[in-house]
Design a binder for this molecule. Sequence first.
Ligand code: N0T
Length: 528
Amino acid sequence: SLAVAAPSFAQGQLPKLVTKDGKHALLVDGKPFLMLGVQANNAANYPSQMPKVWPAVKALHANTLEIPIAWEQIEPVEGKFDFSYLDLLLKQARENDTKLVILWFATWKNNGPQYAPEWVKLDNKRFPRLVNGKGEVKNSLSPHFRATLEADKKAFVELMRFIKANDPDHTVIMVQPENEVGAYSAIRDFSPTAQKIFDGPVPKDLIKAMNKKPGTWKEVFGKDADEFFYAWSIGRYVDEVAAAGKQVLPLPMYVNAALRDPFHDQDPFTYSSGGPTWNVLDVWKAAAPSIDALAPDIYMRESEKVRKTLEQYGRPDNALFVPEIGSDKAYARYIYDVLGHQGIGFAPFGLDFTGYSNYPLGAKTVDAKTLENFAVHYRLLSPMAREWARLSYEGKVWGVGEQEGGKPETIDLGGRWNVRVTYGEWQFGSIEAPWMAKAEKQPDREIPDAGALIAQLSPDEFLITGYRARLTFGSAKNERFMVSRVEEGHFNEAGQWVFDRVWNGDQVDYGLNLTTLPQILKVKLATY
Ligand code: N0T
């Protein structure tokens, strides 16, 4: 139609991942953006499935959909490209006012080439598979053959060209080349071609990055040599694909990881060896400079493991982004931990109505109730998503999801102030106060679902929000202090703070009770 407004200058800006003083932001339309995402199921990438995907995006209040594009789908016959699906996807994303993250399922989709076209995945001669240490040929394609890399790269470049030509407003905000790369039941490729490279010297760039003395892989890395070699090999491969795509359209690109045990060494034969697991993040950083972030796919329900993972991946040189997390209720409150670690985005996996659920990784069933477990948090956060992303990038933020058993914790807010976060309390009084002895206990919740967020606005002023948690501020130096003003408000469509009322009396006497209502507070502390 002719009634289309001219896009403002900012809208033409390319999404970008930026870093300043060790902190990161995903810029969309030139401003920090918090991705409240969802990932569609693996086979949701066809027109017939879209009516089963968009209602879930809407019900979740997600602002971004991560969805696969399969190599087999765009290049079923070598050199003949078909982007009809992507064309439709872009149109529907615009209609649904939702950003897209495109997942390029190609050489590796969880170890295997299932998503590669048949002309690739069935031609072992031209596109060799790897041979593991036991001499077994495995399903996974080897990263050591030019033909495979060139074929993948060519298709990826076509994909990026199509996006460039058909997405002037940048509905697509990020691209994920491959999916959970690496090999299962093999630490690396042991074929003669691979072995020859392995017996050669470690490339200079890696020697430099790891601060090592030159030598062969075995000499330099000892017992880690096989896995480091494979991580480097896959990293270089993915980097070349990504770099070629970025030459066409430099969108932010990240690589997602199937994780290993976050606390202990685990035999690489038992996980996706060669992928960006925590023990090889530095290898990957050196191998893949075109990749903006290495991102954990979280399928561990325990808060201790989740928090450890967030620490491992949120680094001054790596923006924290969680492109997949289980769809079960137990994972939902980790949005608060992710944001507390300055995460730029979060996406539960497989929340759509296409009829699949990946229990025991995620939920047993995916229905409206499953979505609501996440929607309660997205509803709260979406009106303040831009503001949060800005504060996270420019200021100081903290956040915690409830730990198992509703364990209380105290967060140090930078030296002078702290805040105690407790769960399962009545709004009036402290459960521990003697005069509360007769009060009923709150019913036990089997699955923790609460969390809290805090952002510093000025030295003695904080923005807080959360779900089913009580926040009690304290003075770290035992100064005489009070909560001098608690303002409840909300963010309007323009992202401006709108005052609603002042909390006082019961509302502040026993800490600040955040409930299931979408409450946002500005809290001022003062000494007297
Ligand atoms: C994920 C998803 C999808 C602790 C599984 C997780 C998605 C892929 N893989 O539904 O297939 O495309 O990235 C693998 C988890 C391995 C087991 C971890 C046990």
